[in-house]
Write a protein that binds this ligand. Structure first.
Ligand code: IPE
Ligand code: IPE
Ligand code: MG
Length: 254
């Protein structure tokens, strides 16, 4: 049975009668604003991406301290391949460094890593580092850290539709049985609960192809802070804002 909440918009422990919602189980972050952070300091954009990696370290630590079970970080979108080659080289270089240097530390802290997105777009070295990170941390019981790499929500939905069609044609899934639950089981997030809260930094107010299916009932929070400046106090403030939201999931207001 999948943990995906896609067919259960009303959580068992969610009341529709007002009051604070239960704390978020899963927070997802669109980490935006590295380039502007660097440019505003007269630095090259890569300096912003480096500072962004520092912010990732802080966010993972804070997520653990705040008791989150799942943290998803949007690190590279399927559209980010449109950036200049020099920036792609900088970003993939930082990714390679992160995978080589940070996994042991995350593993020692009990973090379990998951990756979503089209990893085949990266070079074989990065693909094998990703596989190794998943394998090494597979039995950890601490924070689940999902890193979205070359991720696009529309492509993910199309891939799930293709798998569904194949299963129907092969007789593994009767067409009458197709529903939101078994469709969601064919998404890359099959084992991941839907995000309760999606935060986007840098003041942009859009989803940029992030968790389009899974975010159907997420609370959205757009903050002006640029990603490299996002620290424990911003994260804590985001959860405080979440606690003030009234999650109704379509039910009658309390
Ligand atoms: C987010 O920062 C990092 C990635 C998208 C990889 P940006 O690089 O988008 O920074 P801005 O939006 O140009 O400031
Ligand atoms: C979204 O940021 C993707 C990530 C943060 C990884 P972008 O900076 O790529 O988004 P747009 O282009 O402003 O929509
Ligand atoms: Mg951006």
């Amino acid at each position: 049975m999948t943990q995906s909440g896609s067919t259960q918009p009303v959580r068992d422990n969610q009341t529709a009668t007002g009051g604070s919602p239960p704390p978020p189980v899963h927070v997802a972050i669109i980490m935006d604003g590295n380039g502007r952070w660097a440019t505003s300091r007269g630095l090259p954009r890569v300096a912003g991406h480096r500072a962004g990696v520092e912010a990732v370290r802080r966010a993972v630590r804070t997520a653990g301290e705040l008791g989150l079970q799942w943290l998803t970080l949007y690190a590279f979108s399927s559209e980010n391949w449109r950036r200049p080659l020099s920036e792609i080289i900088d970003l993939t270089g930082l990714l390679r460094h992160f995978l080589r240097m940070e996994i042991a530390d995350l593993h020692s802290k009990g973090v379990r890593l998951h990756f979503i997105g089209d990893r085949t777009k990266f070079d074989p070295g990065i693909q094998s580092d990703i596989a190794q990170a998943e394998k090494t941390t597979n039995n950890n019981a601490g924070l689940n850290l999902v890193i979205a790499l070359s991720y696009g929500g529309r492509a993910e939905i199309v891939a799930a539709a293709r798998k569904t069609a194949e299963d129907i044609i092969a007789g593994r899934l009767p067409i009458e049985a197709l529903d939101e639950t078994n469709f969601a089981e064919r998404l890359s997030t099959a084992e991941i609960p839907d995000p309760d809260l999606i935060i986007r930094t840098s003041g942009e107010k859009r989803l940029s192809n992030f968790l389009l299916w899974q975010g159907a009932y997420a609370e959205l929070l757009f903050v002006d802070t640029l990603w490299p400046d996002f620290g424990p106090s911003e994260f804590t403030a985001a959860l405080a804002e979440f606690a003030r939201r009234d999650r109704r999931f379509g039910a009658r207001p309390g």
